[in-house]
Ligand binder design. Sequence first.
Ligand code: 4AD
Ligand code: MG
Length: 479
Amino acid sequence: MFNKRIKVKELLQQAPEGQQVTVMGWVRTFRNNQFIALNDGSTNTNLQVVAELGKFEEGLLKRITTSASLKITGTVVPSVGKGQKLEIKATTIEILGDSDAEAYPLQPKKHSLEFLREKAHLRFRTNTFGSVFRIRHALAFAVHKFFNEKGFVYLHTPIITASDAEGAGEMFRVTTLPFENTPRNEDGSVNFKEDFFGKSTNLTVSGQLEGELGATAFGEIYTFGPTFRAENSNTARHLAEFWMIEPEMAFCDLEDNANLAEEFIKYIVRYVLENNREDVEFLAQRLAEEEKQLPQDKRSEMGLIEKLEFVLNNDFQRLSYTEAIDILKESNYNKKKKFQYPVTGWGMDLQSEHERYLVEKHFKKPVILMNYPASIKAFYMRLNEDGKTVAAMDILAPGIGEIVGGSQREERLEVLLEKMKAMHIPEEELSWYLDTRRFGTVPHAGFGLGFERMIQFVTGMGNIRDVIAFPRTPKSAEF
Ligand code: 4AD
Ligand code: MG
C-alpha cells in the first residue's frame, strides 16, 4: 500500500513521543541543507523535517527543491526551533517527483493575487489559496449539513434548459448547429428544430423554476450547482460561471423566507469559525496587512473575525425598498453628489454603490431589503396588496453588496398569467411551470445565495476570481 501516511494536520496535534511516521508532501522551503518545510495541503502549517548533516547524500539533498514531492519516514521529536512544538527527524527521504527550481513559477516569497491568478493552476500551493479553498469546501459541506438537518431534499436541477428563469436574457446558448450553412426557416430565422434538442437551449441562469416543482411536492428542497450568466460585467463580484444555492419552500411567505436566509447564513459562518479557525485566522492576518496599505478611510472598521462574529451576534437590519430610497435620498452622500448614479427616487433600481452605502455607511450590518417595485423585478415574484410592489428580498452584506436574491412567489394563476403577458413571456413555454399553480397551488418562497460572494464575505477576499478555482469572466476562460 502506497498511501500509508499521516497527514500533517493530524500529526501536529499529536505529542512528540519518538513515534515512527511516514509523511508525504511538497517542499515549501529547504534551509541550510538541513531543514525542510513540508506541506501536504491538510493545513497551512508546514511540517519541519530535519535532514541531519552528513546523513544524506549530496545528490539527494540537491533534489530537495521548492515544490518537489517527498516521501519521508522518521521519528517525531520535540522541536527546539521556534514556532513549532514538534518536528520529524528523517530516517529516509524519497523524492517522488523532482521540481526544477529555476522553472517553477512560484518562488518562496509573497506573490501578488494578480500574478497568482495567471498561475491559477498552481495557486492552490500557496498559503492564501490553501486557506481559501479549504474554507470553500467547509462552506459547501455546511450548506448540505444545514439543509439536511432541516429535512430539505437536495434537488439536481438541469444545467441545460430551454427557459430563462430570470427573464434577463443573459444566457449562453447551447447548440450543435453549424456556423456555416446554418439551417434557416423561410423567414430567415435559425431553425432550431434542427438543433440537438429540437429547440433553442441555453445554460441555466437559475434552478429556481425547476426548484418550485420540487418544493410543491417535497415541501422543501434546495439546489446547489453551477449557474451561468453572459452578463458583460467585469467587476470583482461577477462571474460568468458561479455556484448558487437555491432553497425553495412550500407553505412559506416572505418573512419566513427572510428568517430562513438569515439563519442559514449565520449557520454556515458559524460552522467555518468553529471548524476552520486556523485558516480564518490566517486570512484575517492577511487582510489586516493588506489594509495597512490603504488610506485610513478605506480601511474596514473591523477585522475579519470580528466582522464574522458581529454578523453572528446581531440581527440583520430589515427594511422596505421604499424606506431605503428615503434614506438614500436624504443622505449627505447623495446631497453632496458622491454617488455615481444619483438617487432619482422611487422606482429606480439600486446600484451596488447604493446598496453598499446602506450596509457599510448607514446601518453597518447586513441588511434585508424587501418589497421592491414590481417593474424592476422578475415575473414570478408575488404582487403585494398595494398593486405596485412585489414580495422580493435582497440581502446585502458589508464589503460585498447583494449576496442573496429571493422572493415569495406568485401562487395565484390569474395574477401570474397577467404578469407574464405584460412582460411578454409566452405562456406555452412555461406551461409545465404553471402546472404548479393549476394543481394544488400553495404560498411558497425561496432565495438564491451566490456561493462565491458568500466565500468572499467569509474569507475577506476582495476579488471573486480568487474564491473559485478557475474563474470564467468576459474574455477569460483559462485552464
Ligand atoms: O438575484 P439573483 O439573480 O436571483 C436568482 O437567480 C433567483 N432565481 C434566486 C431564487 O430566488 N431562487 O441571483 C442570486 C444571487 C445573487 O444575490 C448573487 O449573490 C449571485 O446569485 N449572483 C452572482 N454571483 C456571481 N456572479 C454573478 N454574475 C452573479 N449573479 C448573481
Ligand atoms: Mg438579484
